[in-house]
Design a protein around this ligand. Structure first.
Ligand code: UTP
Length: 286
């Protein structure tokens, strides 16, 4: 089997972010900052580290700040240059022409629908999906760990993490097969199982490497949990026909779609920083 190289990544950013209202009324959730970088930038940098060449954003109304963030800021840059300020801080935000594409999800019908909206740009290639609200802190980065696994075994990969039993109803849950190191064979998937019915406590986290066939499956995918078209349901239908593995990430995940997770991420990232870490730690101890 020839493993096709992974060159493209889809960033679904079309959700409404209702858990962060009113902050997200006029500002995309993905632009919420962890210290001094928006969530979406951490995800894009993670993709770049993993060798991704084209970033595909699935946006919606009110998300134009994301497009501006990854563009040239002519006035700002001219003014900074005139004042002798370095532009290095903006490096990772200036995506090269051709390395970025935007497609619109007119209605937030669910994550599966958002991914399907990118089908023409993805074409007949494997692709990664990154959900920016899962902030993955580790070295190497989460997607790099997954790409290393993909280059060995190919197929479809899902980032997997064990969650407490009383939390399984909030996640997509994996029915595990054989395990080898960080890899777990996926023999079934269920989105948000009712409490007490989960097949395991191995949950699906917001990083995926998928084969293009999933787009065809999504085309006929009906709404599932929460009335949304679920990516998990489409993946579940592919199991048996295509290899699926869970990859346990060596690192820490922060659920930044949730207020408590977002605050924890800010504190953890701030404490790990050379510039402000000591100051924050001293303040927390006090
Ligand atoms: P969430 O389940 O966190 O939904 O989506 P949400 O709407 O963004 O946030 P809440 O629950 O209302 O607070 C997970 C990811 O999928 C994207 C979101 O932008 C987020 O990155 N998404 C979700 C879409 O792009 N489109 C959708 O229709 C749904």
């Amino acid at each position: 089997m020839r493993i096709k190289p992974l060159r493209k990544a889809v960033f679904p950013v079309g959700g409404l972010g209702t858990r962060f209202l009113p902050a997200t009324k006029a500002m995309p959730k993905e632009m919420l900052p962890i210290v001094d970088r928006p969530l979406i930038q951490y995800a894009v940098e993670e993709a770049m580290e993993a060798g991704i060449e084209q970033m595909i954003f699935v946006t919606g109304r009110g998300k134009s700040a994301i497009e501006d963030h990854f563009d040239i800021a002519f006035e700002l840059e001219t003014m900074m240059s005139q004042r002798g300020k370095s532009l290095d801080i903006l490096d990772a935000t200036r995506l090269k022409p051709g390395a970025v594409a935007y497609v619109r999800q007119q209605e937030p019908l669910g994550l599966g629908h958002a991914v399907w909206c990118a089908r023409d740009i993805v074409g007949d290639e494997p692709f990664a999906v990154l959900l920016a609200d899962d902030l993955m802190v580790g070295e190497p980065g989460c997607l790099k760990q997954m790409v290393d696994a993909y280059n060995k075994i190919g197929g479809n990969l899902i980032c997997a993490e064990e969650v407490p039993d009383d939390q399984t109803h909030r996640y997509g849950i994996i029915t595990p097969g054989m395990r080898a190191g960080a890899l777990t064979e996926v023999t079934g998937l269920v989105e948000k199982p009712a409490p007490g019915t989960a097949p395991s406590n191995l949950s699906v986290i917001g990083r995926y490497v998928l084969q293009p066939e999933v787009m065809r499956v999504l085309e006929t995918q009906e709404a599932g949990a929460g009335g949304e078209i679920q990516l998990t349901d489409a993946m579940a239908r592919m199991i048996g026909g295509q290899p699926f593995h869970g990859v346990t990430f060596a690192g820490t995940r922060y659920d930044c779609g949730d207020k408590a997770g977002f605050i924890q991420a800010n504190i953890a990232v701030a404490m790990a920083r050379d510039d402000i870490g000591p100051q924050i730690e001293a303040w927390l101890r006090r």
